[in-house]
Ligand binder design. Structure first.
Ligand SMILES: [Zn+2]
Length: 422
């Protein structure tokens, strides 16, 4: 039945396309370069659609100035540049390719929809969809930052707290993507490039134990491979888009890296800063190891400190570690390790944050990194180009942010004509 419907559907679609002309718009047409392109005859194109293969009749225009050709009908049909998949099938390729490996995606489309396209075609199409969406998102972010677009404040009563959490991870890339770059990736592993991810979410209430509960479907994500400053630009736009200033309380939560605080300080100065408590405990364990040669009972020393992070008693940790007469390199190293506690002490008032119903751990961004980045891009044997990984991560961010439909104009606007058909 499915095969019969597909055959009939493809024939019907072909008839609709044949009745729609070829996009001829006179002997000349404006070219994207600013020049005038001349009509150069018909150049039909075979495209793959969900029901099957069809042929699109196209008037072809060639521009002498930039030596490029184009068909107005490609744009009318909503084809991606150079794409051979219909918009409907391109969305399916993006959906599957964002979720699982391209080879697995080809298997899913064959198994679930009886569509036979290669892994390579899915890769090209999904990445082209991601690239187009990424470019549009970058332009939208710039327009919001420059106040050319003013996002409407969300309707109704806003949740009390908006969290912004940021972290990074290394994505395995091809050798050409790390050539000429100094040293290893920021995560300490060679052959990777760091992607930084920011997660926004809201909290409206507490559970029965008085712990904060993340609002369902409140998470949105932005990311960048291009370092903290580019990420900061995207975070700023997302903060404005989500009406950050309209929330009663903004919380910036991170692992303690200095750039996270400077970014937060610049973009949302009234935010409460919280340094992740699990990182604080790791730093405490590290401190105990550093002092083990001089403390009478290192395990006991650590045990004696175990309540201090949770109580936000950072002064006690610093005092306990400073009690011993160290000199030379040992003293310098201790000073460095204590710097983390000194610099972040005001971000480690964990007992106070708990009373206010705030999160003290950065589990949300760590979960986000796993779900949005690692599960798709860090599987065995994967080596990405930075652009390819960014295209796919962008699709995954859109999906995880509940903004998938915005990528497909035919789904959000009233589709008309050719676009609606294919
Ligand atoms: Zn041109």
């Amino acid at each position: 039945m499915r095969a019969a419907l597909a055959t009939a559907g493809a024939a019907l679609l072909q008839a609709v396309l044949d009745g729609g002309g070829d996009g001829y718009c006179g002997p000349r047409a404006a070219c994207g370069c600013g020049g005038q392109a001349r009509y150069a005859g018909g150049r039909p194109k075979t495209i793959t659609t969900v029901p099957g293969t069809v042929t699109l009749a196209r008037a072809w225009y060639h521009c002498a100035a930039c030596r490029r050709g184009s068909a107005p009908r490609d744009r009318q049909a909503g084809l991606l540049p150079g794409g051979a998949l219909s918009p409907g099938l391109a969305e399916m390729a993006a959906l599957a390719g964002a979720e699982v490996s391209f080879a697995r995606a080809a298997g899913l489309l064959a198994g679930l929809a009886a569509i036979s396209i290669s892994a390579r075609t899915i890769e090209r199409s999904a990445e082209a969809s991601g690239a187009t969406a990424r470019q549009a998102a970058g332009q939208q972010a710039a327009a919001i930052r420059e106040r050319r677009i003013a996002p409407l404040p969300p309707p109704g009563l806003l949740p009390g707290m908006l969290y912004v959490e940021v972290d990074g991870t290394g994505v395995p890339v091809r050798p050409s993507e790390t050539a000429g770059r100094p040293g290893k990736g920021e995560d300490g592993k060679g052959g990777t490039r760091e992607v930084k991810l920011a997660r926004f979410f809201t909290v409206s209430g507490l559970d029965a134990d008085g712990k904060p509960v993340m609002d369902a479907r409140s998470s949105t994500y932005v990311f960048s491979f291009d370092g903290k400053d580019v990420l900061a630009g995207l975070v700023q736009a997302e903060y404005l888009r989500r009406g950050g200033d309209h929330h009663r309380q903004v919380v910036a939560l991170g692992d303690g890296a200095a750039w996270i605080w400077s970014t937060a300080g610049a973009l949302y100065p009234r935010a409460t800063h919280i340094a992740d408590i699990y990182h604080a405990r790791e730093h405490l364990t590290d401190l105990a190891a550093h002092l083990a040669f001089i403390t009478p009972d290192p395990a006991q020393w650590l045990q004696d400190r175990s309540e201090e992070p949770g109580a936000g008693n950072i002064d006690a940790i610093i005092a306990a570690a400073s009690r011993y007469p160290l000199a030379g390199i040992k003293a310098e190293e201790l000073d460095k390790k204590l710097g983390y506690f000194r610099n972040n002490a005001h971000r480690m008032r964990y007992a106070h944050y708990r009373r206010l119903g705030m999160f003290t751990g950065s589990g949300a961004i760590e979960g986000g990194i796993k779900a949005v980045v690692c599960q798709r891009t860090k599987q065995a044997g994967m080596h990405w180009t930075v652009n390819g990984a960014a295209d796919i991560i962008h699709l995954r961010c859109q999906q995880a942010s509940g903004r998938w439909d915005e990528l497909w104009p035919t789904r959000t606007a009233q589709p008309s004509g050719l676009r609606a058909a294919i």
